[in-house]
Design a protein around this ligand. Structure first.
Ligand SMILES: NC(=O)C1=CN([C@@H]2O[C@H](COP(=O)(O)OP(=O)(O)OC[C@H]3O[C@@H](n4cnc5c(N)ncnc54)[C@H](OP(=O)(O)O)[C@@H]3O)[C@@H](O)[C@H]2O)[C@@H](O)CC1
Ligand SMILES: [K+]
Length: 483
């Protein structure tokens, strides 16, 4: 997994390090990394380094200091570098002195020539603001950005993106690439921040070892390759976990078919379907064992309940029976609405039974009120409130465990935003729960595989949920590097 650390954690690590490494040394290392990235971008976009033009956008703090030092390094490579100072009297003094000594030219960003300097650059380095950013870009910085047509290399974070939430509420830098220090920050992986950051490169600069436990984690392909359950030599259909699916209705059998499809494809364990769509499910998935009711379903190691069961009496009965079964359960769609509307249903749950709730924003609002701008904090709170894993769907899916651990899955497109896509996700989660995975990891791995399947199925064109489900084997193969 890749860790993500908050600005406070990075500052604490810097403080710890300050006893051994002077601040200027850290800045020097950071700036050197920025300069290297700048030469790579110049070569990529202009075919050379020497003789090109770079403009630095320099704010009032150390982020601007990094940019100025990077400018000094670039001067040594024969680059013409202009620093546009947004706060000329507060620009980092040592950085500015080094930059000038290296032959860089600095001018006040409020002068009329600043815009044309920004417009003429082959590459722009964004040192406006970093870890200490709050709110959207100030008007002077936003006005300067309007002149920029060249690719932008962001120092630490793209300016205008909230470092803690990734939120963009006004003008913000859209970087081709971001060089950050120590570790990823929430602003790189959450919400619009992920798109604004471009390709993010993490430089250690000595900070990484001092960062401690990450605040958030990202699932990466190697986690999926290692942890996705595949049958071993001693496995049979039971040993890999039996998934129960309580979904769909006679009128709406589609949800039942979709959940079952994902559960069948996710692992080699057995799938039992229980509900009024039994005949339709059997027609599509003859390998599933179907029964009319949860009571008749037989033993399972997990249940997925909710999609298409309705929010009336029959749906309530289904949910009650599933919650009483005392096995790990993925609660989705109508089952979430039922829990929101009937508080007494919570009493049916054995407190030791792990639950995974998978709301979209509307269902989340029904449960605990609207999702706040800080989505991670909202989901963390909900997970603690319900003593359940809560997975909030979106382009950025946030998965929180009751103990505060958070996983984030950032989809590379919005192809999964289609009817029935959530049914596929809940089937995947059910299968991983049945295999015995930790419920928080089961939800996170399922979300990552789901977005990978959506990307593979779509390949640039809209898809339906059936196509998404059909791409699950290809996504598993890709994660296991077998394609
Ligand atoms: N920590 C580390 O380990 C290392 C950190 N390093 C570097 O230090 C950076 C952090 O530096 P930092 O703390 O000096 O503040 P920084 O982000 O430059 O902000 C400066 C000023 O900007 C302003 N401002 C705020 N919001 C704004 C907005 N929306 N739009 C425009 N302006 C805005 C605000 O000024 P004010 O509100 O006072 O006017 C604020 O004080 C970090 O990102 C990394 O690059 C590396 O050198 C090496 C190791
Ligand atoms: K920046």
């Amino acid at each position: 997994m890749r860790g993500v650390w908050t600005a406070d954690q990075v500052r604490a690590a810097e403080k710890q390090l300050a006893e051994r490494v002077p601040e200027t040394t850290l800045m020097y290392r950071a700036a050197f990394g920025v300069a290297i990235a700048a030469t790579e971008l110049l070569r990529e976009h202009r075919g050379r380094v020497s003789g090109t033009r770079v403009a630095l956008l320099v704010g009032a703090g150390n982020n601007g200091g990094d940019a100025l030092w990077a400018g000094a390094f670039l001067r040594e490579r024969g680059v013409r570098v202009d620093a546009l100072l947004l706060a000329p009297d507060r620009a980092h003094p040592a950085g500015l002195a080094a930059f000038r000594a290296a032959g860089g030219s600095a001018l006040d960003a409020s002068t009329t020539t600043a815009g044309s300097v920004a417009a003429r650059a082959d590459l722009v380095i964004d040192g406006i603001v970093g870890l200490s950013a709050h709110g959207p870009l100030r008007p002077s910085a936003a006005a300067l950005l309007e002149h920029v047509t060249a690719p932008i290399l962001a120092v630490d974070l793209p300016s205008g993106v909230d470092p803690a939430t990734g939120e963009v509420t006004g003008a913000a830098v859209s970087a081709a690439r971001t060089v950050t220090f120590g570790g990823l920050k929430p602003g790189h992986v959450l919400g619009a921040g992920a798109d604004h950051s471009g390709h993010v490169e993490v430089l250690d600069i000595g900070l990484t070892a001092a960062l401690g436990e990450p605040d958030l984690s990202l699932v990466d392909a190697s986690d999926l390759a290692r942890a996705w359950p595949v049958p071993g030599p001693d496995d049979d259909k039971y040993s890999q976990g039996v998934v129960g699916v309580a979904a769909g209705s006679a009128v709406y059998p589609g949800a039942a078919v979709l959940v079952t499809s994902a559960a069948v494809r996710a692992t080699s364990g057995m799938v039992r379907y229980a509900g009024p769509a039994a005949d339709v499910v059997r027609d599509h998935w003859p390998e599933a064992i179907v029964t009319g009711t949860v009571a008749d379903a037989g033993r399972v190691q997990s249940w997925t309940v909710g999609p298409g069961i309705g929010t009336g009496d029959s749906g309530r009965d289904v949910l009650r029976q599933v919650l009483r079964a005392g096995v790990p359960t993925c609660v989705d769609a109508d089952a979430i609405t039922l829990l929101a509307q009937n508080e007494n249903l919570w009493d049916e749950r054995d407190p030791d039974t792990p639950l995974v709730l998978t709301p979209h924003a509307g269902e989340f609002a029904r449960l605990v009120g609207p999702v706040r701008a800080d989505r991670v904090a909202s989901v963390r709170r909900a997970a603690a409130t319900f003593d359940a894993v809560v997975l909030l769907k979106g382009k950025t899916t946030v998965i929180a465990a009751p103990d505060g651990r958070v996983l984030v899955d950032q989809a590379r497109g919005s192809w999964a935003a289609t009817a029935g896509s959530g049914d596929v996700l809940s089937g995947l989660i059910g299968a991983l729960l049945a295999s015995g995975l930790d419920p928080w990891l089961a939800a996170g791995y399922a979300a990552a595989m789901h977005s990978s399947a959506a990307e593979l199925a779509a390949r640039g064109a809209p898809i339906g949920a059936s196509a998404l489900s059909a791409a699950i084997p290809a996504a598993i193969r890709r994660a296991r590097r077998l394609d």
